[in-house]
Ligand binder design. Structure first.
Ligand code: SAM
Length: 229
């Protein structure tokens, strides 16, 4: 899968994707992640990409032309005709696991990161196909939000997670939070691992874990249970 990020701070993205599972998947060429600097498409000698909003108001807005030129540059080497363009914005649909699953099926996606007060609305209207928020709070820029989206999509791409890191039973994958898990030592601080997990009886263990998942979900996120039961 190919993910291209339009940003004023490509180094923020590059530093974060080179580690652990995502870094390994890039080396194995399961993922191609490229951050492109919108500033490289500024059409003035000072490489200025922002200006004051018309009508007043505090802060600066990223101008439309460098964003559009950056987008055209990306399309010129695109794998698909019209890849989805996701604008990271607090005004977007709040990101969740189902959305990560949907986008992980795409061959290629483009993420657009705003900064300062955001981006001129005209280029948003022109190129953006989806608006995504990572929660009801304001970040200084879209880069951290893009990294959340990149990470949660990437680990769903086939081959990215090894057998040891399967997402099958994880929270949200079946509409429930994950059941509690334990590792060595068998007794910690006087607390023993539940006996059934040591029994080797896979069917009983699966049923126990399912009941525990329901219990945890009821306690921590009761609203999720309504669509599960
Ligand atoms: N003036 C904008 C507003 O009120 O909707 C907020 C601009 S914010 C300071 C700058 C940039 O950070 C946005 O263009 C967006 O790309 C990103 N951003 C901020 N909060 C975000 C969130 N919750 N989710 C996704 N992106 C966010």
């Amino acid at each position: 899968m190919k993910i291209i990020i339009m940003t004023l701070f490509p180094e923020m993205i590059e530093q974060s994707i080179s580690h652990s599972i995502i870094g390994r998947a890039i080396k194995k060429q399961l993922l191609e992640i490229t951050a492109i600097n919108i500033r490289d498409f500024a059409n003035n000698k000072h490489k200025k990409v922002d200006d004051y909003p018309f009508g007043g108001g505090v802060g600066m807005l990223i101008m439309a032309p460098p964003v559009k030129d950056c987008y055209n540059h990306i399309l010129s080497s695109s794998l698909t005709a019209n890849p989805p363009v996701i604008y990271m914005t607090p005004q977007g649909k709040v990101w969740n696991q189902a959305m990560a699953q949907e986008f992980s099926k795409e061959k290629e996606i483009i993420l657009l990161c705003g900064h300062y007060e955001g981006i001129d609305q005209r280029v948003i209207d022109e190129i953006v196909t989806h608006e995504v928020s990572i929660g009801d709070y304001i970040l200084t820029g879209g880069e951290l939000a893009a990294l959340v989206v990149i990470d949660s999509i990437s680990r769903l791409v086939e081959g990215v997670l090894g057998k040891q890191e399967s997402f099958q039973d994880e929270s949200f994958s079946h509409g429930l939070l994950e059941y509690p898990q334990y590792t060595k030592p068998r007794v910690y601080n006087g607390v023993e691992v539940p006996e059934i997990l040591l029994s080797g009886h896979h069917k009983n263990i699966a049923e126990y874990n399912r009941q525990k998942a329901i219990e945890v979900t009821r306690k921590k996120r009761p609203e999720l249970l309504k669509s599960y039961l």
